[in-house]
Design a protein around this ligand. Structure first.
Ligand code: MLT
Length: 308
């Protein structure tokens, strides 16, 4: 029987598979994970657990890492490959929810939802606030993969013009989505009233939207990051917000999570936040839980079709 440790919050449903014994320990401290991981054949995580070389080395019996979601930036893929540990993820399971959250943030910023809600709670009925309409505005998407593509589809319902920058996708994909694919990021930024990023965090994308890029956006633009903290440089974002160039920003992710109440972006009145909740819907988590477990078991059985 395979021993599988689950170290992040997940909806795994009832496990009837006799091949597997699951230990669901979503709040297990790192020191304890390091102490016990040697007993397990597989570990299933989301983004909380850092599956780094230290953990992989301690996992002497480990064969598979299952990542419940898309991003594998919390898994040291090189170290896993060195140790012969296979890594599987379930990138298709939470696409819809992540795209919906990006839109929720964009709309919340454009219409001042959080500020208005706060004022009403304080007993203030302030109707002076003016938001932004989306009709015929331009949405710029960095990364036109699964989530970026779904964000683009939703934009059509608001009659927006949609531009994308993604050097890795075929032009036909953009054409199918009705998106103008631009070869030059700066060119796209200059035209984007709204900007949303949907790339993985890699050495190439870390800090790819910095001060210079934010100033290329038209004055009064809205910026959304529901992908990974660090793609938009946080220090630059704060400066550009304070200098009044942006209308506001919506952030689901931070370079370091949790960011803490003292983080200047957390306290900024022009920023609306959620706590890395892109994948957190009942539907997405049901899909993620079922798919990641199935994929881990398949991989333990020797089927390598999903190994990264
Ligand atoms: C993902 O990469 O799919 C998400 O970050 C998953 C999560 O919420 O942990």
């Amino acid at each position: 029987m395979w021993q599988v440790l689950v170290t992040d919050e997940m909806r795994l449903g009832e496990i009837k598979n006799p091949e597997v014994r699951l230990d669901y320990r979503p709040n297990m401290p790192r020191e304890e994970i390091l102490r016990v991981i040697g007993k397990y054949d597989a570990i299933i995580t989301r983004s909380r657990t850092q599956v780094d070389s230290e953990l992989l080395e301690a996992g002497t019996r480990l064969k598979v890492v299952g990542r419940g979601g898309v991003g594998v930036d919390n898994v040291d893929l090189e170290a896993a490959s060195r140790r012969g540990v296979l890594v599987v993820n379930v990138p298709e399971a939470n696409t819809r929810s992540a795209a919906e959250l990006a839109w929720a943030l964009l709309l919340a910023v454009a219409r001042g939802l959080v500020e208005s809600d706060q004022k009403i709670r304080e007993g203030k009925w302030d109707r002076k606030y003016l938001g932004l309409e989306l009709d015929r505005k331009t949405l710029g998407i960095v990364g036109l993969g699964r989530i970026g593509g779904q964000v683009a589809r939703f934009a059509k319902a608001f009659d927006m013009r949609v531009l994308a920058y993604d050097p890795y996708i075929p032009r036909t994909r953009a054409e199918t989505l009705g998106v103008e694919l631009l070869d030059d990021l700066a060119d796209m930024l200059r035209q984007s009233n709204f900007l949303t990023v949907h790339t993985p965090l890699t050495e190439e994308t870390r800090g790819m939207i910095g001060r210079r890029e934010l100033y290329l956006l038209p004055k009064g633009a809205v910026v959304v990051n529901a992908a990974r903290g660090g793609i938009i440089d946080e220090k630059a974002l704060l400066e550009v917000l304070e200098e009044g160039h942006l209308f506001g920003a919506g952030l689901d992710v931070f370079a370091e999570e949790p960011p803490g109440a003292e983080h200047p972006l957390v306290q900024h009145r022009k920023v609306t936040h959620t706590a890395h909740l892109g994948a957190n819907t009942v539907e997405a988590q049901d899909r993620v839980g079922e798919a990641v477990l199935e994929r881990v078991i398949e991989t333990l059985r020797g089927n390598l079709a999903h190994a990264l």
